[in-house]
Design a protein around this ligand. Structure first.
Ligand code: G6P
Length: 372
């Protein structure tokens, strides 16, 4: 087993380190020489795709956060309304679905029963179904009209890391493809965004190479009873995933919130010494969101929170309110989750290891849950 881990302490450490490759491989072969998106592999009726009036993303666990990222990106790029729903909730609530609905499932294993049942239900209701999946020949792709494989390679650790980044990459590819196919405002920009995406793997490597301080913080924090995570826009699903990773790996009570929701309740949880991770949008993000999140940091800091801030490199505005700053390279706002989630994965993995826990096989969890 030591050899299989390639010198890493755990499969999870190894898989976190493989993320640049997982993203690069998921982009590979999906553009032509001119940079246009080519998804012939979908083998799906293009006319039917052009008629799609609504997209529903269904998934469980970490994959559902890739679905949340998808909603922000795909609606922006295509203007097709997107919903994202936990697969088990979608299946049992009489959802509005018809033959112009595209149901996109996201699953690493392709065997998650809750997700499979949602896909089957969607097909019964006449929807078109596309599976985003990491496992060739698995059940969900077989039960779907089309499949877009993520190429993260086998993921051994129970909690998902590199498959998550590959899922996010795949939803970007799908969204940009739809934008290109359907024409409209973003059709011309799809290629430019793809170009930015191709630069992301090297930026993930930059983040990974600078994790020394995050590991140190994680080891200091091994006794924390609770950790909060705040994010806004695409930083919101990142905050959710940061919290989930900490629960799964380190058995620490953790919650992710939309930063704008802070004043509507969660701020009551903040007492002196409470650690709070804040995922800050790029200063270039529209509608002044950056300033709003910086104000949130200020508000919780004034109440004694210990603020751990993930921000774009060179963002000086967070300096006065941050106990710790974790910098990530500049990318377009919608692509930021591929960078900002990495320190949160490393944090959870390192903290769990410091507690002496088995990060690859956390208690009570299974890699794929094949019962409803
Ligand atoms: C299990 C795993 C999670 C994973 C979820 C969905 O609960 O422990 O890490 O996110 O299933 O798995 P899937 O294979 O459908 O992506």
């Amino acid at each position: 087993a030591a050899a299989e881990k390639g010198g890493f302490r755990s499969f999870m450490d190894k898989e976190i380190d493989e993320q640049p490759q997982a993203v690069a491989d998921t982009l590979l072969g999906r553009t032509d020489a001119a940079g246009a998106l080519v998804l012939d592999e979908l083998r799906i009726d293009e006319e039917a795709l052009k008629r799609v009036s609504k997209i529903v993303l269904v998934a469980c666990g970490t994959a559902s956060y890739a679905g949340m990222v998808a909603k922000y990106a795909i609606e922006h790029w295509t203007r097709i309304p997107c919903e994202v729903e936990l697969a088990h909730e979608f299946r049992y609530r009489d959802p509005v679905v018809d033959d112009r609905t595209l149901v996109v499932s996201i699953s690493q294993s392709g065997e998650t029963m809750d997700t499979l049942m949602a896909v089957k239900h969607a097909r019964e209701l006449g929807a078109m179904t596309i599976a985003i999946c990491n496992t060739h020949g698995s059940t969900i792709p077989r039960e779907s009209d089309a499949v877009l494989y993520t190429h993260a390679g086998p993921e051994i650790a129970v909690a998902s890391t590199k498959a998550f980044l590959a899922q996010i990459t795949a939803v970007y590819v799908l969204g940009l493809y739809l934008a290109q196919l359907r024409g409209g405002t973003y059709a011309d920009e799809a290629q430019a965004v793809m170009k930015e995406l191709h630069e992301v793997p090297a930026k993930i490597r930059t983040v990974l190479d600078a994790m020394g301080r995050v590991r140190e913080i994680a080891r200091f924090m091994a006794d924390s009873p609770a950790v909060l995570f705040l994010g806004r826009h695409v930083g919101y699903p990142v905050a959710m995933e940061g919290a989930l990773k900490l629960k799964e790996l380190a058995y620490i009570h953790a919650e992710g919130f939309a930063a704008g929701e802070l004043k509507h309740g969660p701020i009551a949880l903040v007492e002196p010494g409470q650690p709070v991770f804040v995922v800050v949008p790029s200063p270039s993000t529209e509608h002044g969101l950056h300033g709003k999140v910086v104000s949130n940091i200020q508000e919780i800091r004034a109440r004694g929170a210990r603020t751990l801030v993930i921000a774009e490199e060179g963002d000086e505005s967070v300096v006065p309110f941050a106990d710790e700053i974790i910098s990530v390279p500049t990318v377009p706002t919608l692509l930021a989750p591929l960078l900002t989630v990495v320190p949160l994965q490393v944090f959870a993995c390192e903290l769990a290891s410091a507690k002496g826990l088995d990060v690859d096989q956390p208690r009570n969890l299974a890699k794929s849950v094949t019962v409803e």
